[in-house]
Design a protein around this ligand. Structure first.
Ligand code: AMP
Length: 218
């Protein structure tokens, strides 16, 4: 593979995490989710977590300096050396420019950017129906991909939790933040000639198979 940094763009609920997980397993490179890292920081009440908590609960973006520091640290770790997948970063133009500098400093070329496009109604059902295993992180959806037993992970019996920011009001604000602050990145990366669009309205397995196939050739 020629690409060393893969970015998943797309609105909340587009399936970035689900697809990034499959690509990560296939290419054996880490999936770096700023949302996951921030949620863990909030749970552990670290300084970053304390700085991020209120913003996350309101569905607003966490300050650029915080997420840029997180990513800089994470992509400097040994397991990122062969390449990495960014899921949920960058989300503002300033973050994208900061990432450009980090990639340049690491001697890496341009990232490859996948923009997952999903219709608005489907996004809402994906977000309101999403449940995550508290043990292994496996993602379910009560409408489209329910577990065999309600509230319990099929794989390890872990309790399935709903993210606190998957409430209707916070979802609305997260979608506004996406439209206003993140969607301009589509043109930014299109201008660099590194953007690929993905139809995210299909079944996750269909998307993953097609995506991995095209990434093998990229
Ligand atoms: P996610 O799990 O990617 O949907 O992120 C959950 C929340 O974490 C977002 O609504 C933001 O509050 C925060 N967050 C995650 N990634 C970023 C980022 N790159 N920039 C700013 N805030 C972020």
């Amino acid at each position: 593979m020629k690409w060393q940094a893969l970015i998943f763009l797309g609105a909340p609920g587009a399936g970035k995490g689900t697809q990034a997980r499959e690509v990560s397993k296939h290419f054996l490179i880490p999936q770096i989710s700023t949302g996951d890292i921030l949620r863990e920081a909030v749970r552990n009440q670290t300084p970053w977590g304390l700085a991020a908590k209120a913003k996350m609960e309101a569905g607003d973006l966490v300050p650029d300096e915080v997420v840029c520091r997180i990513v800089e640290q994470r992509i400097g770790q040994p397991d990122s050396q062969r390449g990495f997948i960014l899921d949920g970063f960058p989300r503002t133009l300033a973050q994208a420019q900061c990432l450009d500098c980090m990639l340049q400093a690491q001697g890496r070329g341009n990232p490859l950017v996948l923009d997952i496009k999903v219709d608005h109604d489907l996004l809402l059902r994906r977000l309101t129906g999403r449940r995550t295993c508290s043990l292994c992180g496996q993602i379910y959806n009560v409408y489209f991909n329910p577990p065999r037993l309600e509230g319990v992970c099929d794989k390890d019996g872990g309790k399935l939790l709903q993210r606190t920011d998957d409430s209707e009001e916070t979802i609305r604000q997260r979608l506004v933040a996406y439209e206003q602050q993140t969607s301009p990145l589509i043109d930014y990366y299109r201008g660099k000639g590194v953007l690929q669009e993905v139809d995210g309205n299909r079944r996750p397995e269909t998307i993953a198979t097609e995506l991995i196939d095209s990434l093998e050739k990229a």
